[in-house]
Design a protein around this ligand. Structure first.
Ligand code: SAM
Length: 357
């Protein structure tokens, strides 16, 4: 067998399966997904084994909504002996390209996390052995492929590689963030992760700079507003609920107890529109696209709440609405990205902006 192994939040396996099946077939790479509920990963088996590498190169990781990580899985090893795990893994890697990094990982589930210590332990002799066999560079090299060993139990692992220009740079595909204690709600981490995921670090100084003006729709109690204020921005916080007092005392927040669907800022100086209203995804999608297409803001970051079932179809439907609005308003070229972030639960975060001319 060979295929694509994808990591996700436990419970979202069927969404990943639908997504990878759809997007792989658009690339004319065919196969079938193998899933088990709440395992935190999906294996997409390619009918033609040699297409696994093609798929991991061609399927843009940034286009995948529900996957946290993906790699071309070339082998599954089962029944590994406790006395020798390195040997069979080395054998499985015999035809791999020279890699620049080794990641020994596990699923983000209760069962998976129990393997974390074990994975750390295995990685030490494995790294040495791979270097000896010239399968791993002596010093980590971010320009070379990443070698993945994904353990699902202490005797079974999926082995393969990904390309560092088209994968998640993060261990387990997870962005770990420290909760800022002054923030009024944990959802502050969602916007922080979204900024770090969608805005390249070297552009933060411009696109997230102090002094910019922002609108936060559905702002209360202020977790998202906190992220904007913390970066020195001025925020119009739109919500009928109450805002955190300490945030109001900064002098950077204007409270607007209004309906987010009707709100219009008084001045045309808004850079960021952010929105976390709990509403139908299609409705929010249309609102956000209209703001960007009409030039009422430069960039929008927003959450689309997911239904219980058919989440992939629901998100695709909302993204289609955005594309329709952008086209019907002849908004020009734009960037649209959506991701089920680590700090998201039943929602997906979307970023939309007009492309720089
Ligand atoms: N982002 C906020 C934070 O980090 O603290 C949490 C927002 S909470 C998930 C959703 C908010 O949307 C609620 O406070 C609710 O009052 C607000 N909301 C829902 N519909 C709205 C509407 N039509 N106009 C304005 N606010 C709305």
């Amino acid at each position: 067998m060979a295929g694509l192994l994808l990591y996700c939040r436990a419970g979202f396996e069927s969404d990943v399966a639908n997504e990878v099946q759809d997007k792989a077939s658009q690339l004319e790479i065919f196969g079938y997904p193998q899933t088990k509920n709440n395992t935190g990963y999906v294996l997409f088996n390619c009918y033609q084994a040699e297409q696994a590498e093609l798929l991991v190169k061609k399927l843009k990781f940034s286009d995948l909504v529900f996957a946290r990580q993906h790699f071309a899985c070339q082998q599954v090893i089962e029944d590994m002996l406790p006395t020798d795990r390195v040997g069979p893994i080395l054998q499985a890697c015999a035809d791999f390209p020279l890699c620049g990094e080794l990641r020994v990982e596990y699923a983000d589930t209760t069962e998976g996390r129990e393997l974390s210590k074990f994975c750390r332990k295995v990685s030490v002799p494995l790294r040495q052995a791979l270097r000896k066999k010239n399968k791993l560079t002596n010093k980590e090299n971010p320009n070379k492929p990443v070698l993945h060993v994904f353990f699902t139990s202490n005797d079974k692992a999926y082995i393969g590689y990904s390309f560092s220009n088209n994968n998640s740079p993060l261990p387990l595909g997870i962005m770990r963030l420290k909760f800022p204690h002054a923030a009024p709600s944990r959802s502050t981490l969602k916007l922080d992760e979204a900024f770090q995921t969608f805005i390249p670090k070297e552009e933060h100084d411009v696109r997230l700079q102090g002094g910019l003006h922002a609108v936060d729709l559905g702002a209360c109690p202020g977790g998202w507003t906190y992220q904007l204020v913390d970066r020195g921005m001025f925020v119009q916080a739109v919500d009928n609920g109450a805002m955190d007092e300490a945030l109001m005392e900064t002098g950077q927040v204007t409270y607007c107890p209004e309906d987010g669907f009707k709100f219009t800022p008084k001045k045309n100086n808004i850079y960021w529109l952010v929105c976390d209203m709990i509403e139908q995804p299609q409705r929010v999608a249309k609102l956000m696209a209209t703001w960007v297409a009409e030039g009422r803001c430069k960039e929008a970051m927003f959450n689309l709440k997911l239904p219980m079932k058919k989440r992939y179809e629901s998100i695709q439907g909302a993204l289609d609405i955005i594309e329709q609005v952008m086209q019907s308003q002849q908004a020009g070229k734009y960037c649209l990205q959506a991701k089920h972030l680590y700090h998201n639960r039943e929602e997906v975060t979307v970023h939309l902006r007009l492309a720089a001319k």
